[in-house]
Design a protein around this ligand. Structure first.
Ligand code: SAH
Length: 477
């Protein structure tokens, strides 16, 4: 099946993606810091002038591991709608907000959030993701989905859900690649979970959608003409109809979920919060007392070894990731199917990884919020533990993206594509392949040093959650 797919899938794209221009994968710091998490360089102030936390006790965070040092924007300082909104929330609250609230507001505020009104991907955007690097990525996810569908007993109706589909490129490549496997594509009901109207529009275009009148006058049916599959859009997974076996794909979605940051202080673990200074700029402060998110911190501690916790002075917890994993797992346990989560992250507690990226450079997290992407490492161990709490779901992985794509046959695919392309396309294929599965700087690169393709094959991890009645999914056997 795998080989057949790899050879049969059509050569489609012009391989224009990112071969020569400088592009920045979200987690693209220097290869030498592969295991380090990226600290941000803020001073954190204690909120209360108590004996335990004297006002002079500022804690500086080492930023030396940053490959690209944060830059402040030099744009005119007129306040954006989002900045005003954040300041109003803090003022009306009468105190600072959590980093999770800040992150959610910055990324997904329905009017002015970072993702809401624009295309943020590619050389002209802020960062690039694997589906934009090479068509092979979406095609390989297609191989994974078809193998799972076979294991599910080839049901004739399946929900194919993508969480946070960006430009829709992954699914477009998946559908193109799978178009010769009619039984599979005919079974698909595609559901896109997307908060951004601008990106929904791009997804509609990239999936080559057409809208038809439904049976009812007000009903519209949307089909992707790539594989004649019905497509619908939702704000959240709960809105996808239940009752059908479901395949869920989450690529670089978990890293954008709002997280809480905790810092060890003399009085114990304190939550890091965002406040405004007297001269009206943002700053970090530490909460004087336990916050509601401390419950999630306690939950995360239960899943960790004492020594692991003792080593840390910062911890990130992502309640939304925990809750979403449980929701995915329950759906799969009841309806059958499986989920694939691919993201950059670690198989353990994440310490201090939140980062902001604008125009392919790391920038200050608090600088001009809404104009830069915010994302963080994914704690795959927490995802595994959350899924394991759901009866009827089984978890596999994580494994590195390099192992995942390698085992699914990306090597055969790149060879098949290289057999039939121009020299320019071949260069694009080689650099794309390296970015997806390589590690560190590409050894074959002969172009300018600052454009050397960086392999992300070990920075990104893949994990699958499937219905326990099904066998172990490929390639986790
Ligand atoms: N998976 C894509 C895009 C990753 S960027 C790729 O790999 O190219 C994150 C995506 O998730 C964007 O499409 C963004 O608009 C969407 N998103 C982020 N937070 C969301 C939320 N809370 N609900 C729905 N979509 C969200």
């Amino acid at each position: 099946m795998l080989r057949k797919f790899l050879l049969q899938a059509s050569i489609r794209r012009n391989f224009t993606a990112s071969s020569s221009s400088f592009v920045f994968l979200r987690q693209c710091s220097s290869s030498s810091s592969s295991s380090s998490q990226i600290p941000n360089g803020h001073f954190v102030e204690h909120l209360e002038n108590s004996a335990e936390s004297p006002p002079s006790a500022t804690i500086s965070i080492d930023r030396t591991a940053l490959y690209n040092p944060p830059e402040h924007s030099h744009e005119p300082s007129a306040e954006s709608e989002l900045v005003k909104n954040l300041k109003n929330i803090i003022k009306f609250r009468g105190g600072p907000i959590t980093v999770a609230e800040y992150m959610e507001e910055v990324l997904t505020n329905p009017k002015a959030g970072y993702y809401i009104n624009r295309d943020v991907f590619g050389a002209d955007g802020d960062f690039i993701t694997s589906p934009e690097v090479s068509q092979m990525f979406g095609e390989m996810i297609g191989v994974w989905a078809m193998c799972l569908w076979e294991q599910m007993g080839k049901p004739n109706k399946v929900n194919l859900v993508e969480l946070g589909p960006g430009r829709g490129t992954l699914l477009a490549d998946l559908l193109h690649g799978a178009s010769k496997f009619k039984n599979f594509t005919d079974s698909l009901h595609i559901h896109m979970i997307e908060c951004s109207p601008a990106l929904q529009k791009l997804q509609y275009e990239n999936l080559k959608c057409a809208t038809e009148d439904g049976a009812d006058e007000n009903e519209k049916r949307i089909n992707s003409t790539i594989a004649e599959s019905p497509v619908s859009w939702h704000a959240m997974l709960e809105q996808v109809p239940t009752g059908l076996p479901t395949i869920i794909i989450a690529h670089e979605f978990f890293d954008a979920l709002p997280l809480h940051q905790f810092q060890k202080a003399s009085r114990g673990w304190c939550e890091k919060m965002v406040d405004i200074t007297e001269n009206s700029s943002f700053r970090f402060v530490l909460s004087p007392q336990p916050t509601p998110a401390t419950l999630y911190l306690m939950k995360r501690f239960k899943w960790a070894e004492t020594e692991e916790i003792a080593r840390l002075s910062h911890i990130e917890v992502c309640p939304k990731a925990i809750d979403l994993t449980q929701e995915i797992s329950k759906r799969i346990a009841i309806d059958g199917g499986g989920a694939l989560i691919i993201d950059y992250g670690v198989n353990g507690i994440v310490s201090n990884s939140l980062q902001a990226i604008r125009k392919h450079k790391f920038v200050d997290i608090l600088d001009n919020p809404g104009s830069a992407d915010l994302s963080a490492y994914v704690d795959f161990a927490a995802i595994r533990h959350s899924a394991e709490e759901v009866p009827g779901a089984s978890v596999h992985g994580p494994m590195t993206q390099s192992q995942f794509l390698g085992s699914l046959g990306i090597n055969f695919r790149v060879e098949a594509l290289l057999d039939n392309c121009t020299e320019e396309q071949a260069e694009s294929l080689r650099t794309g392949y390296w970015r997806l599965v390589g590690e560190g700087e590409a050894p074959f690169w002969e172009g300018p040093d600052d454009q050397t393709p960086i392999g992300m094959g070990t920075r990104y991890l893949a994990m699958a959650i499937v219905n326990q009645k099904q066998c172990v999914p490929a390639p986790f056997q």
